[in-house]
Design a protein around this ligand. Structure first.
Ligand SMILES: [Zn+2]
Length: 369
């Protein structure tokens, strides 16, 4: 396979595809540091504009030399636009803010500050943070929202994408950097569950021109099942040589499914959150992935907080080479969990992240076959 098709060349290094990126929401993947991430084989992380603009705040991040410097992470960072979280906050309760054609205004509970996110502001913030991949501000919806709402979201998302692209080019031209040193700019395809709207949105964004695209909106239905039909359809709307990010997809089985549809980038807080809740991922086969349709058979869960875990003197997984599996037993982890020691959180997080990297390695091997 052509190397340029499987690797993104970004200002802070290369990102091999497909790739799983843990969420370092507030500038940190909770409980682990940059060296832990490197040792797990993580090549890039996602950081969240919505949270970072509140804490520590954009002027602090800029004063600290950007996110890479602040977090001691020299590798690529994707920042999101902040749109999804702002939308989620407002959807939860309209008193937290509003969305109109200009942009999004929000005031989180307990905060005495009002925040504004416009397409231009979102791009300005992401560039000032030093992002390697900048994501356009989009107008999010819920997949169950009616056609009219989805139509309005697509119209606004296209308008905002034009404004984002314009602002991105204006700021990059000001910096006078050669184009190969520019970060990438991704558009986000909205349209809910409607094929017609997804097509309209994808065509308009392709016309504007972006380096890659995200699947917009929550990727799961109300029962937590992957929206396979519309996610597959949306991938088919974008030429295969253009990279696509399955935003928020992190369940191992769904990562496998979406990678096989042609998605390249995945990010989610799920593997690290599961680790903190003692849900650990274990491969059930030494090196292969299951045939399509039997994806769940690829791995199982081990709950280190279960009482019987204290009798398990083996590692979490015999197929894992992480710091935790190569040094400690499940019984010891169980003990750390019971006494509430912070080491449990670190080791469990390292293990689940290493699992995700190994999953991606298996996917890369499959794609190179
Ligand atoms: Zn492990």
């Amino acid at each position: 396979m052509n190397e340029s098709k499987t690797t993104l060349h970004l200002p802070h290094g290369q990102l091999r595809l497909p790739a799983f990126l843990p969420d370092a929401t507030l500038g940190v993947v909770r409980n682990v540091d940059s060296v832990d991430l490197e040792q797990c084989g993580i090549e890039a992380v996602v950081m969240n504009t919505f949270h970072l603009m509140q804490r520590p705040g954009s002027s602090t991040i800029t004063a600290l030399g950007g996110l890479h410097n602040m977090a001691g992470w020299p590798h690529p960072i994707i920042t999101d636009s902040g749109g999804f979280q702002a939308y989620s906050l407002i959807r939860q309760n309209a008193k937290f803010g509003s969305i109109n054609d200009k942009g999004i205004t929000f005031q989180p509970e307990g905060s005495d500050r009002k925040f504004h996110l416009t397409p231009e502001k979102s791009v300005q913030l992401q560039l000032s943070y030093g992002a390697d991949i900048v994501i356009c501000l989009d107008d999010c919806t819920h997949v169950d929202d009616p056609f009219e709402t989805q139509q309005e979201s697509v119209r606004r998302t296209i308008e905002w994408a034009k404004r984002c692209k314009h602002e991105f080019q204006r700021l990059m031209q000001q910096k006078r950097l050669p184009q190969e040193q520019w970060p990438l700019l991704f558009g986000v395809i909205q349209g809910g569950g409607y094929h017609k709207l997804r097509k309209q949105c994808a065509e308009a964004l392709l016309e504007i021109g972006f380096d890659g695209f995200g699947f917009g909106g929550w990727p799961l239905d109300s029962k937590g099942q992957l929206l396979t039909d519309i996610i597959t359809y949306t991938r088919e709307l974008v030429p295969l040589e253009l990279r696509m990010h399955a935003l928020g997809v992190g369940h191992p089985a769904y990562v496998v499914e979406c990678a096989r549809m042609g998605y390249d980038i995945f990010d989610s807080a799920m593997p690290t959150r599961d680790a903190r809740h003692s849900r650990l991922y274990v491969f059930t086969t030494p090196d292969s992935l299951p045939a399509p349709g039997s994806i769940e058979k690829c791995f199982s869960y081990l709950y280190a907080n279960n009482d019987n875990a204290i009798k398990n003197d083996g590692p979490i997984s015999r197929y894992c080479d992480c710091l935790c599996c190569s040094h400690y037993s499940v019984a010891y982890l169980h003990h750390l969990f019971k006494i509430n020691d912070g080491l449990f959180l670190r080791l469990a997080t390292i293990h689940n992240l290493r699992f995700m990297v190994q999953l991606i390695e298996r996917l890369r091997a499959e794609q190179n076959e």
